[in-house]
Every structure is written in C-alpha cells, then in structure tokens.
Design a protein around this ligand. Structure first.
Ligand SMILES: [Zn+2]
Length: 157
C-alpha cells in the first residue's frame, strides 16, 4: 500500500524557529506560482483593476477589487490548513507546528471577520481548488465581481 506523502521540511537541521522564519519568508513572497496563475486568469477574463496584497485591508488579500469590495485570499493548503487536503502535521516539533497553524487559522478567521464587518465580500480559494478547478474558481469570482444581490447584505448583517 502506498503511503500518502507527508509534508517534509527539506531544510538542513535548524531550530523550529529558524524553520518558521524561513518558510514564512517564502510564504510571504508575492509572486508564487498559484498567485501568478490566478492573476493571469483574472486578467485574461477581463477582470482587471485588481490590487495585489493591498495593504489597506486586513490580512492584505492576495487579490482585491476595491471598487467591488471584493477580497480574495488564495491560501496555500499547508500553511492555512486546507480542510479539503487535511494535510498531516510535520512529524517533528509537532506541538510547535500545531500551535503555529492554530494561530494562522485564527488570524485568517479574524481577517475575514474584519473584512466582512467592513462590508467586503470575502472569498477564500484553496491552492488545491485552483489547481483542480481553475474554471470553477473563475466562475465564482466572476459572479461576485458582477455584483451582490441585496439579500446578501441582509444575511450578512
Ligand atoms: Zn487543499
């Protein structure tokens, strides 16, 4: 039976803290492949005028349309703990990673709550969704970009 591939940090022996710094840096790089793919797709679909990592918004969404009050987070499955992938925790320093991820998830949640409270629509796209169903992701974004039915605001209130 083939064992499911677990995520393995590839760095040479480092302290957990050093590892986190390193991965956080790479995590924060602006132009990851999935981000470029998403932006290219939006651009080609005519959904232009987006801002990238707009610093005026909580959590600096990967893409946002200020005029439409639409914020999109493209979350990496490992860092943000994708519910679809449910990746296992790293085998070493497990407690540390668990706490780290709990904080990540809580922070994501706070960012979404703040945005919604400010009247923004928030869409989370998981990296795996982008890879598996780019067309579906685009359709969802198109719908949100096209406008929100009034009932949304009533439900959101
Ligand atoms: Zn995923």
């Amino acid at each position: 039976m083939e064992k499911r591939k677990a995520y393995k940090p590839t760095a040479p022996p480092l302290t957990a803290q050093e590892k986190v710094s390193r991965y956080m840096r790479s995590n924060k790089s602006k132009d990851t492949q999935p981000e470029l793919l998403l932006r290219r797709t939006l651009w080609q679909a005519g959904l232009r005028g987006y801002r990238v990592h707009w610093k005026h918004l909580p959590g600096k969404p990967d893409v946002c349309y200020p005029g439409r009050r639409l914020a999109i987070f493209l979350h990496g499955c490992f860092w943000h703990r994708c519910p679809h992938c449910a990746l296992s925790l790293p085998k070493s320093n497990t407690a540390f990673w668990r706490e780290k991820f709990t904080r990540n998830v809580a922070r994501d949640q706070q960012h979404r709550a703040k945005l919604k409270a400010a009247g923004w629509q928030v869409l989370v796209i998981w990296e795996c969704q982008l890879q598996q169903d780019l067309e579906g992701c685009l359709l969802t974004i198109k719908g949100l970009h096209a406008g929100v039915p009034e009932s949304y605001w009533l439900e959101a209130a």
